[in-house]
Design a protein around this ligand. Structure first.
Ligand SMILES: NC(=O)c1ccc[n+]([C@@H]2O[C@H](COP(=O)([O-])OP(=O)(O)OC[C@H]3O[C@@H](n4cnc5c(N)ncnc54)[C@H](OP(=O)(O)O)[C@@H]3O)[C@@H](O)[C@H]2O)c1
Length: 244
């Protein structure tokens, strides 16, 4: 089996490549530094020769709706066109739990992920969508994203961070055993309020930024799974945070 990982040198992609290779599965990394551009299609035809499955773990620094939508949707279109020519039979996409809902419904980046899901669902290559909650290792970045004028604005809504390796394991399962057409969500074992999690993480890191609680504008559970989902076993590395 040969797998093309779009974004294969990124945070998720590089761990997935190592995991697949350890199982004896050939993993071809596809990123800009490999000379592959998923938007223009440069280098894709050659990289996809003999590939059965594409795993799409691409990312963009564009957080505005226009930039994020054109990136995520454009990449699906190009990967589908080139993948179809190469005989790819399965396109697996990593998305985020809750995008398009509640507080997240107006966030430009999340609108890009919604467009990505919609595009791959209606594309000609059978698709699987894995939706993960926020990675535990990503929480400090998330805190920075919520910081305005030195203060961290944290919604009083739920968050259930997951360990990245457990997401990689589910992507690996999607590659090796899942039939195309699945949509699966994965979250960590514990559910917190954003503001409690942010305060504890900052205190643990000796970061004195103040956390300001803001009331959520949407459902309190918008960013956590509400139906059947996989639950990871790895706990958030800071003990003592109140769970809900
Ligand atoms: N962070 C979270 O908590 C979280 C939770 C759930 C889901 N996710 C999703 O997980 C996915 C992967 O995230 P990540 O943190 O692993 O991303 P990342 O580390 O930023 O990696 C993104 C990759 O995309 C590649 N890329 C960007 N533009 C490209 C282009 N035009 N052509 C080819 N490759 C391009 C980059 O290649 P170069 O390195 O060569 O530039 C890089 O390898 C994202 O879709 C994100 O929405 C994230």
């Amino acid at each position: 089996m040969k797998v093309f990982i779009a974004g294969g040198r990124g945070r998720v992609g590089s761990r997935l490549a190592d995991t697949l290779e350890a199982k004896g599965i050939e993993a071809v990394p596809g990123g800009l530094e490999d000379g592959i551009d998923v938007l223009s299609g440069k280098g894709l035809a050659e990289a996809l020769v003999g590939v059965d499955t594409i795993v799409n773990v691409l990312n963009t620094p564009r957080f505005d709706a226009e930039g994020a939508i054109s990136f995520f949707e454009g990449a699906i279109d190009t990967l589908t066109a080139e993948g179809e020519r190469a005989g790819v039979r399965h396109h697996i996409v990593l998305s985020i739990v809750g995008v398009g809902e509640g507080d997240a419904s107006e966030i430009g980046y999340y609108l890009g992920k919604v467009a990505q899901e919609k595009a791959v669902r209606s594309a000609s290559i059978p698709a699987t969508i894995i939706r993960a909650t926020q990675f535990q290792s990503y929480i400090p970045v998330l805190i920075d994203q919520h910081t305005v004028d030195g203060k961290v604005h944290a919604p009083r809504s739920y968050i259930q961070p997951v360990e990245l390796d457990e997401v990689v394991d589910l992507l690996t399962e999607a590659v090796t055993t899942l039939e195309p057409g699945s949509e699966i969500e994965i979250a960590g074992p514990d559910r917190f309020f954003h503001d409690d999690l942010f305060r504890a993480t900052l205190a643990h890191r000796g970061d004195r930024r103040e956390v300001v609680t803001v009331e959520g504008q949407g459902p309190i559970e918008a960013m956590v799974p509400r139906g059947a989902h996989r639950t990871g076993v790895v706990r958030y590395p800071i003990p003592g945070i109140p769970t809900v």
